[in-house]
Design a binder for this molecule. Structure first.
Ligand code: NAD
Ligand code: IPM
Ligand code: MN
Length: 362
């Protein structure tokens, strides 16, 4: 199998380099092919995902990504090669590009408790990955019908069209049904009997009602799974205070982004959290964390989120036993606490922590 490896920037290359030896240690039948992605591609070439990387991805069976920097528009323009400025190039986060262009609609973010013994919880967040506030309707030029709509708000009327920006949360039948089905299928496959859809139906009345209606259409196909919509803010609180009861949590894009970082914080920190971006034809896995500029270059980034992402990719591509073995090895290393990085209270380097996992594989 051909695997596209995209280390990215910041701590991305550090965690990927440390984590990759587990592929050989497990004997996975993967041919690794490396590609460029991220901030330096933007600065040099005006696109954080170069054409060669799209080709690499197309020719692969799956991908592993480290981390990439995404800066706001003004900083992005300021750091662009002077030769490329003024050409109307706009920075779009490379991970959002991959998810949108390849229609990787499901973002799977398992939340297993790595700190508690015995583990206090083990659930999965399924984040919609293509719509919501990430759909691309983040509008600076508010005029015409859109202005007629938003001027009803007194602050908009007082600010005028120049003083208003609008971000639209897109929610469709197609996008909603497939993320719900993905979540139910996951629950069924893993024997999970509870599915919570985290949303704000009491405030976002039209889209919230739509979500409830689509859930009511899909849920009867999965009678063994108890499903309900709950308020996302209350879900966030319960993920911290009482996470034991969750099986699968589903949320639209931005809510899922936030909730999955909450889950990561409770599970053992961002350095441990894995994720997968799954579509019909292709998928790539990556740690939930970003490029962590505050610790990049110091050799102390936790590689375990990347290693658990390799486990996710292995499972997705059919190597279930290897994935389980890898997860057990990570659990052993965290429980022993001898070879963990500073974010987990240890003194190990990125490489030492990864080698400890390989040693624990036996
Ligand atoms: P971040 O995840 O990079 O860092 C948040 C905090 O967690 C930092 O204190 C960092 O040191 C720590 N941390 C993260 N990963 C760690 C690891 N493996 N080991 C130890 N500590 C770790 O989030 P941020 O600071 O909000 O964003 C930094 C940059 O990364 C931004 O440009 C952002 O857009 C980007 N980002 C990229 C991705 C991605 O590539 N998928 C995800 C999130 C953020
Ligand atoms: C994530 C990240 C991304 C997101 C950023 C880097 C675009 O935070 O994968 O959770 O917001 O989805
Ligand atoms: Mn995030």
């Amino acid at each position: 199998m051909k695997i596209a490896v995209l280390p990215g920037d910041g701590i991305g290359p550090e965690v990927v380099e440390a984590a990759l030896p587990v592929v050989e240690a497990l004997g996975l039948p993967w041919e690794l092919r490396f590609g460029e992605i991220g901030w330096s591609c933007w600065r040099r070439g005006g696109d954080p995902v170069p054409e060669a990387t799209w080709r690499l991805v197309e020719e692969s069976d799956g991908g592993l990504l480290g981390a990439v920097t995404s800066k706001p528009e003004r900083e992005a323009q300021a750091e662009l090669d002077p030769e490329l400025r003024g050409r109307g190039l706009a920075y779009v986060s490379p991970v959002v590009q991959l998810r949108q262009r390849l229609d990787l609609y499901a973002n799977l973010r398992p939340a297993a408790d790595f700190l508690g013994s015995p583990p206090r919880f083990d659930y999965a967040i399924v984040r919609e990955n293509t719509e919501g506030l990430y759909a691309g309707f983040d509008v600076a030029d508010v005029h015409g019908e859109l202005w007629e709509l938003v001027r009803r708000h007194p602050n908009a009327a007082r600010s005028g069209p120049e003083g208003v920006r609008v971000a639209l949360r897109l929610q469709t039948d197609v996008g909603t049904d497939r993320i719900l089905r993905f979540a139910f299928e996951l629950a069924r496959r893993e024997g999970r009997t509870s599915l919570v859809v985290a949303d704000k139906p009491n405030i976002l009345r039209a889209s919230g009602q739509h979500l409830r209606e689509r859930l009511a259409l899909v849920a009867p196909d999965y009678p063994e799974v108890a499903a309900e919509v709950q308020n996302a803010d209350a879900v966030a609180m319960r993920l911290v205070a009482d996470p034991g009861g969750f099986g699968v949590v589903v949320a639209e894009n931005l809510l899922g982004d936030v909730l999955s970082d909450v889950a990561a914080g409770v599970s053992g920190g961002l350095g441990l959290a894995p994720s997968g971006n799954v579509g019909e034809r292709w998928s790539y896995f990556e740690p939930v964390h970003g490029s962590a500029p505050d610790i990049a270059g110091q050799g102390v980034a936790n590689p375990l989120g990347t290693i658990l992402s390799i486990a996710g990719l292995a499972e997705h591509l059919g190597s279930r036993d290897e994935a389980d073995a890898l997860r057990r090895a990570v659990r052993t290393v965290v429980a022993r606490g001898e070879h963990v990085t500073p974010d987990l209270g240890g003194g190990a380097t990125t490489g030492q922590a990864a080698r400890a996992v390989i040693a624990a594989l036996g």
